[in-house]
Ligand binder design. Structure first.
Ligand code: KG4
Ligand code: ZN
Length: 370
């Protein structure tokens, strides 16, 4: 089955085509048009600007993804004489319906509705967080339809610009959120910290670059200055709040620390390193505790912050050391930040369950819960 995925929840206009065959998913094309360069100068995503960009990008991106996948441009209702589906190989459209920015989401949803009507194929509304979860199943064979995969029960740490969640997965489509952030999301914390350190937007990749620079300095045997950092930031709610997180106090602690440090401009890599490690320590500690409590078979990571090299490395090693019987899955780097291959992959499972929505009834829900 061929599925077209569409994702426009924030500042990436994305479309992808996947082929799902008896639980095996292959990505045929995955096109992402990022607006990062546009929003950089404002220091964050401006919703109105994002929506206007989605409007201009959505059709070229869908066109490119169909062409790359080698799927013929489907026929419109009018051009078809004998009736029947006009999807030209595409059998369903999976589109993000929330959570996210309402004006951005609407562009993807209205496009999906028009295509569903014109091609006469069903549409599937996908929760963006579920999409991030399914980034881990891209290219991973699962028992088709019925039957429980040996991957379950699984625990997934989803860390993005808008969310920080620990979710139990009993089986495909069966989720239970056991922890989430009470204030800032992990990605949001990275973005705010980068702004305090005058490093630009988005913060995650740039903080991680500076942190790496500092790590290389202290681990290089030929480097004269290898002293361990004297900067210490808190690890918020490490042993309280159950599996919930809180990162806004960490950002405030960073602000106070740099305000009191006349030399802070020279120590940016050191601050970046400590800030990143504080977030990683909390994320890993709670993930391992939850995995132990719920006898988890698979630990997974997803969301934009899952692109962080140190988080990937340190969580993998913590799983191996502390819960060696569990396996660890992480998505390919290109499926960590927002993309439509993950939306189409989640769509494949919904298609197996025949969980379609009439295009007339498809609605945006910017606060949609998992
Ligand atoms: O999942 P995503 O693309 O969009 C949302 O659904 O929010 O995540 C974007 C977030 C941003 O906050 C960005 O700073 C963060 O992911 N991010 C990273 C890295 N790459 C992106 N955070 C830490 N390290 C990275 N390498
Ligand atoms: Zn996302």
């Amino acid at each position: 089955m061929y599925i077209l995925g569409i994702e426009t929840s924030c500042d990436e206009t994305a479309a992808a085509v996947i082929k799902g065959d008896r639980g095996n998913i292959k990505v045929l094309s995955n096109v992402v048009s990022s607006q990062i360069d546009i929003h950089k100068k404002y220091g964050g995503v401006v919703p109105e600007v994002a929506a206007r960009e989605h409007v201009t990008q959505i059709l070229p991106v869908i066109h490119e993804t169909l062409e790359t996948a080698g799927i013929q441009a489907p026929l419109s209702r009018d051009a078809r004489s004998g009736g029947g589906a006009g999807g030209g190989g595409i059998q369903a459209i999976a589109v993000t319906i929330g959570p996210g920015l309402i004006t951005s989401l609407i562009v993807g949803i209205e496009t999906a509705k028009v295509l569903s009507y014109a091609w006469d194929i069903p549409v599937i509304g996908i929760n963006h967080i579920e999409g991030h979860i399914y980034a881990n199943f891209v290219g991973r064979r699962q028992p088709a339809c019925a039957g429980r995969s040996s991957d379950f029960p699984a625990l997934i740490l989803t860390v993005s610009g808008g969310h920080t969640m620990l979710v139990l997965i009993e089986n495909h489509g069966k989720y239970k959120t056991i922890g989430e952030t009470r204030d800032d999301a992990a990605g949001e914390a990275f973005d705010k910290a980068a702004s305090l350190l005058n490093l630009g937007y988005p913060g995650g990749p740039i903080i991680s670059k500076y942190a790496e620079k500092y790590k290389l300095q202290i681990t290089n045997p030929t480097c004269a200055d290898r002293r361990q950092s004297a900067i210490t930031l808190p690890r918020p709610m490490l042993d309280k709040g159950g599996f919930d997180f809180s990162f806004s106090g960490l950002k405030t602690a960073l602000l106070y620390a740099i305000q009191q440090d006349k030399n802070f401009k020279k120590r940016v890599p050191e601050y970046a390193h400590e800030f990143q490690q504080a977030i990683i320590d909390v994320l890993i500690h709670k993930t391992i505790q939850a995995a132990q409590k719920y006898n988890i078979k698979t630990v997974m990571l997803s969301g934009g912050v899952a692109a962080n090299t140190e988080l990937r490395k340190q969580l993998k090693s913590a799983v191996k050391k502390q819960i060696p019987k569990s396996q660890f899955l992480i998505p390919d780097l290109k499926y960590t930040t927002d993309n439509a291959a993950m939306i189409a992959t989640a769509g494949y499972y919904h298609a197996l369950w025949k969980d379609y929505t009439d295009w007339q009834k498809l609605k945006v829900n910017c606060n949609l819960e998992l």
